[in-house]
Unconditional design. Structure first.
Length: 159
């Protein structure tokens, strides 16, 4: 986990909650890339980071135009596969193993344990864990959303 401290920006919450704007970060990154033109690896890394910023805004824009994607499938043909109906016991066990980082897939498990410990995981690991849940386990994203809401309600009760 300590190796990630210098490998990621940790700006996700600030961008999400608006304590820093994407434009500010993008312009600062662009200026720094100009300064580092003689260092191809550094310039490449900063350009890759700019791509992540564009992806962030791409989804934000999609959510703005299609706010229903926060709670229902964007395309109705997925309604049959990805539903909020209760999970059968076998899938409930898979879901619990995924939450606890006990799937038997080391990268997924390490990422989920990091999330549980630190409350954070990087972009690529979030995408990989979400895809593992939905594609490999065949479990709808609705269940993770419900789990998160239940956790927040319990957390509020304890305060």
């Amino acid at each position: 986990m300590l190796s990630q401290l210098g490998a990621t920006s940790h700006l996700s919450p600030h961008l999400t909650f608006g304590t820093i704007s994407t434009r500010t970060v993008y312009q600062s990154t662009k200026a720094r890339a100009e300064e580092l033109k003689t260092q191809p690896k550094a310039e490449f890394s900063l350009k890759a980071f700019q791509d992540r910023l564009r992806w962030h805004d791409s989804f934000t824009q999609r959510l703005y135009f299609y706010p229903e994607i926060a709670y229902k499938n964007r395309y109705p043909e997925f309604d049959e596969w990805y539903t909020s109906l209760d999970l059968p016991s076998q899938k409930q066990e898979l879901f619990q193993a995924w939450l606890e980082g006990l799937t038997g897939f080391p990268l997924v498990d390490a990422s989920m344990r990091q999330l549980k410990t630190m409350g954070w995981m990087n972009f690529r690991m979030r995408a990989m864990c979400a895809m593992f849940l939905t594609i490999n386990c065949g479990i709808s994203w609705h269940h993770k959303d419900r789990q998160y809401k239940e956790f927040k309600e319990l957390e509020a009760e304890l305060e």
